[in-house]
Design a protein around this ligand. Structure first.
Ligand code: GLA
Length: 385
């Protein structure tokens, strides 16, 4: 019996299984559901500024993203240039003329939260000052600025021990006295699923995502192996979203978003939300898909059946005993995929609702079949009667 099948047999006891398999999670009370927000890196790289962050915060409100749950507005690498004589980090004064605090205040005034990026090593990935040796002063500075979320990267950390360095920053954040979500970004290189639940609220499981189907799917295959490490307050992070960045079709982006939701992944948009298309906005603000991601049971879904090598069925148990199900077609041809009740641990009749079409499809017994587009999904919520 495969591990996945064993999981299914025990579907009802999955929450219990999850807690038995993982170390006690970090108890900072934050991220009880996967964090949602926006991060500058995937679209803008180093081209960040106060202006961009303000316009993005405005667009997150105007587009309905804030009301759909996107909360943390995070500046990634390149906002920092040096340390002053006292060792305090110095923001780029051309791009952030007023410094960071007024920007955090602006983001807060929009009903959003504010996040920032650093690196556990000596320099960030783009060669800016890292946090190594300055953990306490940085955590204190961020708290003074009103930072609510810190992503800590792992470049230029040669010879350092990841669990030790990240624990140092966790403790520095706790000492700062401010409630700050801690996002660990060491790309899965030190098996974070084994120790990061004690240290951070989320941890990257892989290298960086690219805005391509093969990259996104490759990350799903890697990250989903650690599902049992995830739970409220502690999440596997398969990286930020590429939805709307132009390298995939809308069907592929719907698959990307559905898979992140079924994996209970953090939903950090990574596109230019100021200029996004209606199709991108509809994907990012689909409340029924977001509800799967944000379900209070906090279980990460899993691959449970392959109908053929490229045709997969993924399932996530929800708090009301319904199952969120993704029928994933990884092939280049539209095809029918069938999810049998035995694969979903369901008996008897069950109601099926299409969460992309926002349509009740009726009551089914034994199985549910749908035609799934190439490189696409059908995603449903199945509620046993
Ligand atoms: C690493 C991280 C990315 C991003 C860049 C910034 O590659 O994994 O998410 O933060 O650094 O330089």
């Amino acid at each position: 019996m495969s591990a996945r099948y064993a999981f299914l047999v025990c579907l009802g006891a999955v929450a219990l299984l999850g807690s038995a398999a993982s170390p006690p999670p970090l108890d900072n009370g934050l991220a009880r559901t996967p964090p949602m927000g926006w991060n500058s890196w995937n679209h803008f790289g180093c081209d960040v500024s106060a202006q961009l962050i303000k316009e993005t915060a405005d667009a997150i409100v105007a587009s309905g993203m804030r009301d759909a749950g996107y909360k943390y507005v995070v500046i990634d690498d390149c906002w920092q240039v040096a340390r002053d004589r006292s060792g305090r980090i110095v923001p780029d004064s051309t791009r952030f003329p007023g410094g960071i605090k007024p920007l955090a205040d602006y983001v807060h005034s929009k009903g959003l939260k504010f996040g920032i990026y650093t690196d556990a090593g000596r320099q960030t990935c783009q060669g800016r000052p890292g946090t190594y040796g300055s953990e306490e002063v940085d955590a204190r500075t961020y708290a003074e600025w009103g930072v609510d979320y810190v992503k800590e990267d792992w470049c230029h950390a040669e010879g350092l021990d990841a669990p030790t360095q990240y624990a140092k920053f966790r403790d520095a954040l706790a000492k700062s006295g401010r409630a700050i979500v801690f996002s660990i970004c060491e790309w899965g290189s030190n098996h974070p699923w084994n120790w990061a639940p004690r240290t951070g609220n989320l941890w990257r499981t892989t290298g960086d995502i690219g805005d391509r189907w093969a990259s996104m799917i490759g990350i799903v295959d890697l990250s989903s192996q650690y599902a049992l490490a995830a739970g409220p307050g502690a999440w596997n992070d398969p990286d930020m979203l590429e939805v709307g960045n132009g390298g995939m079709t809308d069907d592929e982006y719907r698959a990307h978003f559905s898979l992140w939701a079924i994996m209970a992944a953090p939903l950090m948009a990574g596109n230019d939300v100021r200029t996004m298309s209606a199709a991108t906005r509809e994907i990012l603000t689909n409340k029924e898909v977001i509800a799967v991601d944000q379900d209070s049971l906090g279980v990460e879904g899993m691959l449970v059946r392959e109908q053929a090598p490229d045709l997969q069925i993924w399932v996530k148990l929800l708090a009301d005993s319904a199952r969120a199900v993704v029928l994933l077609n990884r092939s280049a041809l539209q095809t029918v995929i069938t999810a049998s009740w035995s694969a979903l641990a369901i008996r008897g009749p069950a109601r099926v609702r299409d969460v992309w079409a926002h349509t009740d499809l009726g009551t089914f017994t034994g199985r549910f079949s749908a035609t799934v587009p190439a490189h696409g999904v059908v995603m449903v919520r199945i509620t046993p009667q």
